[in-house]
Design a protein around this ligand. Structure first.
Ligand SMILES: [Zn+2]
Length: 180
């Protein structure tokens, strides 16, 4: 179906909190399963690095795509994908070094592997592309966005002139006042 024939489904703008929670909780969850998955892979005779490989190259990209589909706004996708990577790293580190009192800021930063930095850039790009690509079908907007000025959000019901009284932008259509 071509874009534009069917109106895009609107996602309420307030859902950014839920979206960031998905990124954060997702990153923590992947961080938690990474070590058991690696141990399972090692004990099953599969290459030991497979667990980490799956987490970094399959689970985290899936999380970036799913969360960006849920809330398709590029800025939230960027912040969210970055947060998910930070949560992945910190959780993996916590699983490895449970005694958080021994952690130092310097060691925590130095221990970040370059491959994770590269992967993080990849997650951010993936989440941004997904959020832009889905916008013909899913947009972050108020449910009555089609009744409002595209520039300032002013409610345009029943205007006499095709100009927004709030900001002066031209209106494509003037929505009629619904019968009550
Ligand atoms: Zn306006």
């Amino acid at each position: 179906m071509a874009a534009g024939i069917r109106p895009a489904h609107s996602v309420h703008p307030d859902r950014w909190r839920v979206a960031l929670t998905i990124y954060v909780v997702g990153g923590v969850c992947v961080g938690l399963v990474c070590r058991p998955l690696s141990m399972w892979a090692a004990s099953s005779g599969i290459r030991p690095g497979v667990g980490t490989f799956l987490c970094v190259n399959a689970l985290m990209p899936t999380l970036a795509v799913v969360a960006a589909l849920y809330y398709p706004r590029a800025r939230v996708a960027t912040i969210g994908a970055f947060l998910s990577s930070v949560c992945l790293y910190l959780t993996m580190r916590l699983v490895q070094f449970l005694d958080i009192a021994q952690w130092t800021i310097r060691a925590t930063i130095v221990d970040v592997e370059p491959v994770l930095v590269a992967a993080t850039v990849g997650y951010i790009i993936l989440a941004m592309i997904t959020s832009v690509a889905i916008q013909p079908w899913r947009v972050v907007a108020l449910p009555d966005a089609h009744l409002r000025c595209e520039s300032c959000g002013y409610l345009l019901l029943g205007l006499s002139k095709p100009t927004c009284p709030e900001c002066g932008s031209p209106c494509k259509t003037i929505p009629p006042i619904p019968d009550s």
